[in-house]
Design a protein around this ligand. Structure first.
Ligand code: 5CA
Ligand code: ZN
Length: 413
């Protein structure tokens, strides 16, 4: 699938320390890549395109964009893949409700997402892959899992994954069984369906149903389950083991537990990801922003109202990525003020030296993407430049490049 146009990323002098990110599986910060690595791989779970991109999606994508930018700044070759869940129940339901075609709906919302990502200064993934594109690969993987005894056919013709077959199952989320059952129920699983070996077993392959699309594949006709889509795209484009598996905290279980288990059953290599990295949920009025609750603030709507996307981005970076955060008009207003101060300082002819700003911003980001810390370093530089002036003619450009390259905020305007 086509991705979007990359923004300009200014090159910066030198390098910062190795990037450490909090890993959900071990509960500890981990170095994302080996010290002698020349490249890094990342898979981030992308949108299900049945509605427009909201600030929760944007916050998650901007977080992983910081990882992408930091690795590039380290001189690493970054192989980044992201999916689009362009065939799934929510699409069929919304298309039916609106009297439209599920494919047209998916293409339309994916196009809007690309525009939003470009406006927010998010670097495109190297591989932007739709679930539909991955159907032949999923059919093959499901056939392999059946042959290995890690999957079985249900009476309905659907194929299920047997969680019991994978020794590593459970070690990504570390949730107890009761929590797993609750989340399976809430997040698209079917623990109460009869005829399964274990209520936790997730569907790998859906047999053909009336009114749903179906493809002929190695495992027979039908369409992919959700988790295996991400497993196959990650393995096909990044390799059997990856550095970072990313997404929102709503994907810790079952989605990332299952996609890791599927990968481990297919390859025999454990763990699937070096670090499982999860962003907190963006909320509005005290609730998680979600399509099912309908409390959404769309990026495209803010853009249409004339809000500067750089201010939206800065607002989403103001608190730490792992904390659940509330969106509000005040959060945006504060970011607009901050952006104004930064731009004013960075457009001066002379400023306070910025070499220490670059060093400190890199250090803050390397420490599990401490954006509040990084932002306050820049605040201090801007305040000093605006109040005391400064005498360094190269400082404004270095500050602009630091802010633009590492944080993706354009201060040239
Ligand atoms: N297509 C699947 C992943 S394979 C999916 O979860 N799609 S989504 O459209 O629901 O979400 C897209 C991405 O945004 C996921 O990484 C998800 O974890 C994240 N996300 C969804 N809602 C929020 C939110 N309120 N705050 C932060 N991130 C969110
Ligand atoms: Zn996914």
């Amino acid at each position: 699938m086509e991705s979007w146009t990359a923004p300009h990323v200014p090159a910066l002098p030198g390098h910062g320390p190795a990037l450490r990110l909090h890993d959900t599986a071990t509960g500890e910060p981990r170095e994302t890549v080996a010290p002698d690595a020349e490249g890094a791989t990342m898979y981030v779970c992308g949108i299900t395109p049945y509605d427009a991109t909201h600030l929760g999606h944007a916050a998650t994508m901007i977080t992983f964009d910081l990882v992408h930018r930091y690795w590039l700044d380290q001189g690493l070759d970054v192989n980044y893949a992201q999916n689009v869940t362009d065939v799934d129940e929510p699409l069929f339901e919304r298309a039916e409700r609106d009297g439209t075609d599920w494919q047209v709906l998916g293409l339309r919302e994916t196009a809007l997402y690309r525009e939003d990502m470009e406006a927010l200064g998010v670097l495109p993934p190297r591989h932007y892959i739709g679930a539909v594109e991955s159907v032949p690969s999923v059919g093959k993987a499901v056939a392999q899992l059946l042959a290995k005894g890690a999957a079985y056919r249900h009476d309905s013709g659907d194929v299920y994954y047997a969680v019991e077959s994978e020794p590593g199952f459970g070690s990504e989320s570390n949730y107890d069984r009761e929590t797993m059952l609750r989340y399976a129920r809430e997040r698209g699983g079917d623990p109460d369906r009869e005829g399964k070996r274990d209520p936790l077993d997730p569907v790998l392959w859906n047999a053909p149903r009336d009114g749903e699309p179906s493809w002929e594949t190695e495992v027979g006709p039908g369409r992919p389950g959700w988790h295996i889509e991400c497993t196959c795209i990650a393995i096909d484009y990044l390799g059997e083991q990856i550095d970072v598996q990313g997404g929102g905290s709503d994907l810790i279980y079952p989605h990332h537990e299952m996609s890791a288990a599927h990968a481990q059953s297919l390859t025999g290599k454990r763990p699937f990801a070096n670090a499982y990295v999860h962003t907190g949920m963006i909320g509005l009025d005290g609730e998680k922003m979600s399509k099912s609750l309908g409390n959404l603030v769309f990026v495209s709507k803010l853009r249409a109202e004339g809000v500067d996307p750089a201010a939206v981005r800065l607002a989403l970076l103001a608190q730490h990525y792992r904390s659940d955060r509330q969106w509000s008009a005040a959060v945006l207003a504060e970011a607009e003020l901050r952006l104004g101060r930064w731009r004013e300082a960075a457009s001066r002819e002379l400023a306070v030296p910025a070499g220490a700003v670059l060093t400190a911003v890199r250090e803050r980001l390397a420490d599990d993407l401490d954006t509040p810390g990084a932002l306050s370093v820049i605040d201090a530089w801007a305040e000093e430049t605006l109040s005391a002036g400064g005498e360094d003619p190269s400082a404004p450009a270095l500050a602009r490049d630091t802010i633009g390259g590492l944080l993706g905020i354009d201060c040239t305007r």
